[in-house]
Ligand binder design. Structure first.
Ligand code: MN
Length: 210
């Protein structure tokens, strides 16, 4: 829903927009959100910490820490967890999107102190029917981010909106400049790096197959 509303609808629209922003921006703590989602997925599957560790490749100790909200996982670790459960990345950081049409606005987030040169903005959280999610990702100069393989059938579309990046696909780095895009099979190891002296920004559309 947009702000430009007819005056007769203004109260309703304002209420909706405010509710939307409150929901998005008062998550005081990303670790708490991730902890509760992880717990819920584990309960749903009936997986012990041992089994979860086997399925995700993340140690039991680390899973325990994450589940107690003691630490946020890195982006790479969170991807391992999402892939192990066969669920979307954004389901850990955002609520599933509603099909209602409204302006999506989120904030860039640093997921973990170790991920100090990469910021993630979940623009369209995972859509269960269309099976995709859209992130805007910001790479600071010198950032090289390697991603573990996602589950089978996952494809990424990367579109650069600012600066220059290289994307690691099939073992080689592919150069992309502003307004260029690349799609690739994200069930293989891949990565992104900023090769310029300024910030680089790209959109990442992640499709979870059929
Ligand atoms: Mn990826």
């Amino acid at each position: 829903m947009r702000y430009r509303a007819q005056s007769s609808q203004l109260n309703i629209v304002r209420y909706n927009v405010q509710a939307f922003f409150i929901k998005r921006f008062t998550l005081e703590n990303l670790a708490t959100k991730i902890a509760s989602v992880l717990k819920a997925y584990r309960k749903e599957k009936g997986w012990s910490l041992d089994i979860t560790s086997q399925k995700t490749g993340v140690s039991k100790a680390m899973l325990g820490q994450i589940e107690r909200g003691e630490s946020s996982p890195t982006i790479a670790t969170l991807w391992k967890i999402a892939s192990g459960f066969g669920v979307s990345f954004s389901s850990f950081v955002e609520d599933t999107t509603s099909r209602e049409s409204h302006v999506h606005r989120s904030a860039f987030r640093q997921v973990h102190p170790a991920d100090d040169k990469i910021r993630v903005l979940p623009l369209f959280p995972y859509d269960e029917e269309l099976r995709f999610e859209v992130f805007i990702i910001e790479l600071l100069p010198g950032c090289e981010h390697l991603s573990p393989p996602h589950q089978k059938g996952v494809a990424e579309h990367v579109i650069v909106s600012q600066g220059e990046i290289e994307v690691l696909v099939n073992g080689s780095w592919v150069h992309l400049q502003e307004n260029e895009g690349l799609h690739f099979d994200a069930s293989l190891p891949h990565g992104y790096r900023n090769i310029s002296a300024t910030k680089a920004v790209f959109h990442d559309i992640i499709h979870y197959g059929i």
